[in-house]
Design a protein around this ligand. Sequence first.
Ligand code: IPD
Ligand code: CA
Ligand code: CA
Length: 260
Amino acid sequence: MDGIEKRDRLIRSWMEEAAQKIQQHASADPVVEEKTGRKDLVTNMDREIEQFFVEKIKKEYPAERIYGEEGFGDEVNDLSGIVWFVDPIDGTLNYVLQKENFAIMLGVYEDGEGRMGYIYDMNTQSLYSAIKGKGIFKDNEPFAVPTDQKLSDGLLASSSLLMTDDRFEQHRDVAKKTLGVRMIGSAGLEILEVLKGNVVGYMAASLEPWDIAPGKVMMDEAGICCTQFNGEDVNLLRKNRVLFAYPTAYREMMDSFSEN
Ligand code: IPD
Ligand code: CA
Ligand code: CA
């Protein structure tokens, strides 16, 4: 991929600008609409921020495709060439109900391979990023990630669906082997919890491509495992059940699934 440094500079400035736009509207109640139901919401800010990214990307890189949650990008049915993944607000339910605990996410892939991943934590106003082969950064500083962690010595992050749906009994059995479960409700922030070593892993039953793509670049760069529950590679063209975990914790989780 050409011009990585320029891309990184641009993406960082767009992420900052997007965060400022959300901040400026912090005191106003968003206009909320249901998508597939009461738990699946979209707001005027989700739309405005995605449109903002689409405009910026198309102006600089008109030949590249954009796979965005709110549909302002392209219809993407394959991952050939350069594809941008955009999740304008990750944790929209939190944004509406809590006004905190949400993130902005963007990933750049080339022929299906992760190249650049960005997660902006709106709580702390910190930008985490990874560029394939160049490491992980918090704002402009290199960010050190633990090398490995065991399941039994740490905490585990989970999507709420895994805790509430009868189909995931064996995942709750895995959770019992840890020191405790943590749930935030933003895949991006949960992936950052893994990256910081605050949890040994994150398991989520239903993640869309834009929920996974930015964080997967970080996980790959840090040597943290990221696969579907059955061990297969994630598929960035549809929903996935995903495990993000340090190598030892990942093996212990997979062993536990196969015992059941
Ligand atoms: C959602 C959040 C949530 C996860 C859902 C995602 P959205 O993203 O990341 O934590 O459990 O599966 O869809 O819809 O708020 O961008
Ligand atoms: Ca999301
Ligand atoms: Ca979203």
